[in-house]
Design a binder for this molecule. Structure first.
Ligand code: ASP
Length: 338
């Protein structure tokens, strides 16, 4: 485990521009809104025949995935390519004990190849923050998921999907359903939902899958699914993170589905226009029925499309922040030399 205290500070330049993207926690509403606005323009661009802009032309982006991924890795790759960057994909399996060392060596080597940005997925909470603050501070770091800690681009693509379907956050009632305890996605979502001013955020889960400090996120907690779903505008389901469960927290998957699975019957309690989301990969018949996942309220594939746009937005903004910081440093050095 790496240090995760106040990781948001390292993300900003002195003038408040984004230069790394590690967590949604602590970022101001204006900055989250800027990410969404920038991403919105990229969604529109993605619908056109020519999908490229030269914002990262001549820059090198390395995707460093120490944990497996399908959609996150491929959408980061596409995002970087649509920004005209040169992209390097490295799938690196983690060894359990010497992660800190391995990580540092790998990164120093890639930094020596003059990479401008690392997109990092790692099983240790705090890995992205550690790299940004201690290993290669001059390289923009984008967190693509660190342990149970954060998955900020997933949260922002979810926010973009909600805003595009539902508009004003301050009028919405939103429920996050499932394995909050093990979910980096949930943590990043809850910070973003709160910062963006969502009227009411609910968390629905069995006690065993809730973090002890869940109320500190300013949410209403429900154990009963139908009660929690009543009149919500958005249902955000989470994957059961079996790989992170160290003890038996659930009787069985079929029992879980019976109590917490999202089905059409359950959805009848939500607002008639409610949308249903899932970060993927979906366990059909565990968190969500196939009828709902493929049904007309599901926006799961929109989330994937919006993921490319959000990743383009944060990559271009972070690169801009790094550049501004370099210029400010050079100007200060020149001033000091005179
Ligand atoms: N793909 C997301 C993540 O990497 C969600 C999940 O795996 O449940 O955290």
């Amino acid at each position: 485990m790496f240090e995760t205290k106040h990781p948001y500070r390292v993300q900003l330049t002195e003038t408040g521009q984004l230069k790394h993207f590690i967590t949604t926690e602590g970022l101001p509403r204006a900055l989250l809104t800027e990410i969404l606005d920038t991403a919105d323009s990229f969604v529109d661009m993605g619908a056109q025949q020519v999908k490229k802009v030269p914002l990262l032309r001549g820059r090198t982006v390395a995707n460093l995935f120490f944990e497996n991924s399908t959609r996150t890795l491929s959408t980061f790759e596409l995002a970087a390519k649509r920004l005209s960057a040169d992209v390097l994909n490295l799938n690196i399996a983690t060894s359990s004990t010497k992660k800190g060392e391995t990580l540092k060596d790998t990164l120093m080597t890639l930094a020596a190849m003059q990479s401008d940005m690392f997109v990092v997925r790692h099983s240790d909470s705090g890995a992205a923050h550690f790299i940004a603050s201690e290993v290669t501070p001059g390289v923009a770091i984008i967190n693509a998921g660190d342990g149970r800690h954060a998955h900020p681009t997933q949260a922002m693509l979810d926010m973009l999907t909600i805003r595009r379907h539902k508009g004003d956050f301050t009028k919405l009632r939103i429920a996050v359903v499932g394995d909050v305890l093990h979910s980096r996605v949930a943590r990043s979502q809850l910070h973003a939902l709160r910062t963006l001013g969502v009227a009411e955020v609910r968390v629905i889960a069995p006690r065993t899958l809730l973090p002890r400090d869940v109320e500190s996120f300013g949410v209403k907690v429900y154990q009963d699914l139908t009660e929690g779903l009543r009149d919500v505008d958005v249902v955000m389901t989470l994957r059961l993170q079996r790989e992170r469960m160290t003890s038996a927290l659930l009787p069985s998957e079929s029992e879980y589905f019976k109590l917490y699975g999202i089905t059409d019957d359950r959805l009848a309690f939500a607002h008639p226009d409610a949308i249903v989301m899932h970060p993927g990969p979906i366990n059909r018949g565990v968190e969500i029925s196939s009828a709902v996942a493929d049904g007309k309220r599901s926006v799961i594939l929109d989330q994937v499309t919006n993921g490319i746009a959000v990743r383009m937005a944060v990559m271009s903004m972070a690169m801009g922040g790094q550049q501004a910081e370099r210029q400010a440093r050079a100007a200060a050095e020149e001033g000091a030399g005179q």
